[in-house]
Design a binder for this molecule. Structure first.
Ligand code: FAD
Length: 487
């Protein structure tokens, strides 16, 4: 008879937490509980990857009728029905949440629909008042979007809110240049919203290959997104208000308690979805938008759940510090996924959960391999990437760059100016492909497969001796013979 109620208590029912709980209970036969204070499935299923990708699909139909007409079809474009789409989206998310609940149930995991915090190295206290003990505790609480610290920032919405809009705005300002900002710019543009995007940096998608992100930015503009680089928001206020007063609002915000501020933010955030907002930018422009979306970053959900009190170390942004095995400074407490801010992607959270179970419940210490993770950015056009960017690679060693950009057959025939890009970064020393960057429709699907070869250590010559699939866009990846430059 164990001295604990459970072998494992998981806090958070998102991508990482659900997988770890399920595998620990199912395959390893551990006695497992999981607490979730919102909806099962977490960010990915409820307010991230899944609803976002469905919105990408919805938005991509915008150009289909025109293209079909070019191919000889007699079709006419009708209006987009947001409430109808949103209803179907919600039904799908309800279905998926139920799938997650069932998976946990069928694996024998006890679930608690409650907020959990840590009250000891082996003890969890639930918002219901229940206290549970466990030999191991796994924190998989994810992260949340943050607004910039400025007066009236609560007038803008964040990505969580976008799936619940009552109606689509006529005009939308997106602040930010990361993948979430750029993806929603493409989505909303496709759905017929007039999109303006401000990003304070010199180019969107910081950290990705310069040439690839340059093409994405160019094509986003081509598709009608009003993208302003080197531009940030300096002031925001309700459109009807006396704008000279908006800065004076700071004092009253600051004097207000945190709870009151949260309450007001929730209320005003709802109102913001209805009323227009006046915005002043660093370039001096003053404009009114129906809606403002702050896509300005995410922070880990690590505060106020008892971690620091127990000696768990948090980093500057609140991320839980863990070792290669996802163990925190307190030996019985582990953490995985976005709350550790390593690589914030669903498949990575899942990998970390699996490695945790292998380490703790199969006595097989398994570090998580964070190298060469393929990923996709669902901008329009899409971008798929694995390995080093040209800029990162040439800082490390001499490289050859193979790159081609062209108009793909399908859209060129329809008369669209779309361009795609295929790029390989190759080590001069050992010929290994260090990075692959694709900007093209379906780039996410392509990079998954290229990622296998690159993870296996494929050389440029391995790519060269692979016969092309013709006629495809991706055949260029095995037919580029001469480097465009060396660095
Ligand atoms: P989460 O999935 O966030 O789950 C954490 C769960 O813990 C939540 O359900 C939360 O309610 C719960 N919780 C928090 N605190 C407590 C508490 N104290 N008690 C009980 N429960 C608690 N990744 C991709 O790979 N591909 C994509 O295309 C992609 N698109 C994205 C688009 C958007 C708009 C966003 C926001 C994210 C996207 N991501 C994408 C990232 C991906 O969603 C996350 O990396 C992933 O969900 C992290 O999983 P997790 O288990 O760490 O946390």
């Amino acid at each position: 008879m164990s001295e604990f109620d459970y072998d494992l208590f998981v806090i958070g029912g998102g991508s990482g937490g659900v997988r770890a709980a399920r595998v620990a209970a199912g395959e390893a036969g551990a006695k497992v509980a999981l607490a979730e204070d919102d909806r099962y499935g977490g960010t990915c299923v409820i307010r991230g990857c899944v609803p976002k990708k469905l919105m990408v699909f919805a938005s991509e139909y915008a150009g289909v009728v025109e293209d079909a007409q070019s191919y000889g079809w007699d079709l006419q474009q009708g209006p987009f029905d947001w409430p109808a789409f949103r209803g179907r989206l919600n039904d799908e998310l309800d279905r998926l949440e139920q799938v997650y609940r069932n998976l946990l149930k069928s694996s024998g995991v006890d679930t608690f629909d409650a907020r959990a915090s840590l009250s000891g190295p082996h003890e969890v206290t639930l918002s219901t008042g229940e206290i549970k003990s466990a030999k191991h505790i796994l924190v998989a609480t994810g992260g949340h979007p943050v607004r910039p610290e400025m007066p009236n920032a609560h007038l803008g919405i964040v990505s969580d809110d976008i799936f619940h809009l009552e109606s689509l705005p006529k005009s939308l300002l997106i602040i930010g240049g990361g993948y979430i900002a750029c993806e929603f710019a493409g989505i909303m543009n496709g759905l017929g919203v007039e999109v303006t995007q401000y990003y304070r940096g010199a180019q969107i998608l910081r950290g990705f290959d310069d040439e690839a992100r340059g093409l994405v930015a160019e094509q986003m503009r081509e598709k009608g997104i009003n993208l302003h680089l080197g531009t940030n928001i300096v002031d925001i206020a309700p459109a009807e208000a006396d704008h000279s007063m908006s800065r004076a609002g700071t004092g009253s915000d600051a004097a207000m308690g945190a709870a009151a501020q949260d309450q007001m933010a929730a209320q005003v955030s709802k109102d913001a979805a209805r009323g227009p907002v006046w915005v002043k930018a660093t370039n001096g422009s003053e404009k009114v938008f129906d809606l403002v979306l702050f896509a300005t970053g995410r922070n880990p959900n690590s505060r106020d759940i008892g971690l620091e009190e127990l000696g768990v170390k948090l980093g500057r942004r609140g991320q839980i510090e863990v070792d290669d095995y996802s163990q925190t400074a307190v030996p019985s407490i582990y953490a995985i996924g976005d709350v550790t801010d390593r690589v914030n992607l669903t498949p990575v959270a899942i990998r970390e959960g699996m490695a945790f179970v292998e380490t703790v419940f199969h006595a097989n210490p398994t570090p998580v391999d964070h190298s060469l993770i393929p990923s996709a950015i669902f901008t329009q056009p899409e971008m798929g990437t694995v390995g080093l960017s040209e800029e990162e690679a040439r800082d490390k060693e001499p490289v050859e760059i193979f790159c081609t950009s062209f108009r793909p057959m399908q859209t060129a025939f329809a008369g669209r100016p779309d361009r795609v890009l295929m790029k390989l970064i190759v080590s001069k020393a050992n010929r290994k492909v260090l990075g692959c960057h694709i900007v093209a429709p379906g780039a996410g699907e392509m990079i998954q497969l290229a990622g296998i070869a690159i993870k296996m250590g494929a050389t440029k010559e391995d790519f060269d001796r692979t016969v092309a699939v013709h006629p495809t866009m991706s055949e260029e990846i095995v037919t580029m013979r001469t480097p465009v430059r060396t660095a």
